[in-house]
Design a protein around this ligand. Structure first.
Ligand code: URA
Length: 207
C-alpha cells in the first residue's frame, strides 16, 4: 500500500522546503512540522481499545486508549529530522536508530549501526527517512527489523519516486508506505528530481 498524503498544509510547507534558498533552520522546522502532520494522518486507522474513566462529575465515560507501542526508527542521518515532530504527537513512543550508508559507486546500502528497543515485536514501527530514492536503505532497514522479529512496519518518507516505491514493494509488500509527495524520477546520481537536494545536508547545514 502506498499513500500520498495530499493536504494543503503539507504541500505548502513542502514547497518552501524545496526552495534552494530556504535556510537549514527553516528546512528543519518545516520537516518537523510536516512529520507531525503526516503522523496525524497515518495514525487515523491506529487501533485503540476501550477504557473507562471517571470524570469529575462522578460519571463514567467510555474512552479509548492506545493499544500498541509505537517505535520511531529514523534511518541515520536524515531520518533524525523527523523524530521530534512525531514525538510531539506521541511522546510516549520509543526511538530506535538504524545507520545505513549508500556506497557511492554501486549505490548499495551497508549497515553500520542498529539499536532498536527490545520490546513487543507487534509494536508499530514508524521507519522514517525524508527521501525514498532507490529504496536500498529502506529495504535493508526493513530486512534488519524483520530479522529482529518486527512484523508491523510503516515506512514514512517526505518525497519518493516510483522506482523506490516499486523496489520496496517488491521485497516487502506488507510494508505500508506513506509519502508527502511523489516526485518524477532519479537522476544519474540517484537524487530525486525535482526533490529537495541532499536532505541530510539541508537539515544539518553541512553544505
Ligand atoms: N537522498 C537525499 O538526501 N536526496 C535525494 O534526492 C536522494 C537521496
Amino acid at each position: 500500500m502506498v499513500k500520498v498524503l495530499n493536504h494543503p498544509l503539507i504541500t505548502t510547507k513542502l514547497t518552501i522546503m524545496r526552495n534552494k534558498e530556504t535556510s537549514h533552520q527553516l528546512f528543519r522546522e518545516l520537516l518537523k512540522e510536516i512529520s507531525t502532520l503526516m503522523v496525524f494522518e497515518i495514525l487515523r486507522d491506529y487501533k485503540t481499545i476501550k477504557c473507562d474513566v471517571e470524570t469529575p462529575t462522578g460519571a463514567i465515560a467510555q474512552g479509548q486508549k492506545m493499544d500498541q507501542e509505537i517505535i520511531i526508527v529514523p534511518i541515520l542521518r536524515a531520518g533524525l529530522g523527523m523524530v521530534e515532530g512525531i514525538l510531539s504527537l506521541i511522546p510516549n513512543s520509543r526511538v530506535g536508530h538504524i545507520g545505513v550508508y549508500r556506497d557511492e559507486k554501486n549505490f548499495q546500502a551497508h549497515e553500520y549501526f542498529y539499536k532498536v528497543p527490545t520490546i513487543d515485536k507487534n509494536s508499530l514501527i514508524l521507519l522514517v527517512d525524508p527521501m525514498l530514492a532507490t529504496g536500498t536503505s529502506a529495504i535493508d532497514s526493513i530486512e534488519r527489523l524483520k530479522k529482529d522479529g518486527f512484523k508491523n512496519i510503516n515506512l514514512v518518507c517526505l518525497v519518493g519516486v516510483q522506482e523506490g516505491i516499486d523496489n520496496v514493494q517488491k521485497k516487502h509488500s506488507d510494508v505500508k508506505i506513506f509519502l508527502a509527495a511523489q516526485d518524477l524520477y532519479l537522476n544519474e546520481k540517484k537524487y530525486i528530481i525535482p526533490g529537495l537536494g541532499d536532505a541530510g545536508d539541508r537539515i544539518f547545514g553541512t553544505k
